[in-house]
Design a protein around this ligand. Structure first.
Ligand code: ZN
Length: 117
């Protein structure tokens, strides 16, 4: 089965985990809620709006598949719902920029790629 996050990207949505007991969002995939310890975590669709938290320019791709994309920009972005996600971004984005999630078909999968709002 495809991972819910990866499947979400394929469907054009960014997903994050949320506690069914108390509603707290989770900072990364977890098995128990960070707030209440509840085990009923589910995946929710984010709206796709975020603020750039960190930016890295990649000039040398880590593997052959990504060489076609280089140079490219990676960002750590804070979704309006709270969680932080890593994704590609259009060149020139800066910390604090408001961005919207986009989805780039790449090979067999889909990459999260942010562009400025
Ligand atoms: Zn909880």
């Amino acid at each position: 089965m495809t991972h819910p996050y990866t499947a979400g990207l394929g469907a054009g949505v960014v997903r994050y985990q949320c506690c069914r007991d108390c509603g707290a969002w989770q900072p990364m995939e977890r098995h128990a809620c960070r707030a209440c310890g509840g085990l009923q975590l589910s995946w929710r669709d984010a709206v796709g709006l975020a603020t750039v938290h960190a930016v890295t320019e990649i000039s040398r791709a880590p593997d052959e598949a990504f060489r076609a994309l280089a140079p490219y920009t990676l960002v750590l972005a804070t979704l309006d719902e709270g969680p932080r996600v890593m994704g590609h971004a259009e060149p020139g984005v800066a910390i604090g920029d408001r961005v919207r999630a986009g989805f780039l078909r790449f090979g067999e999968g889909t990459l999260l790629r942010f562009r400025r709002e």
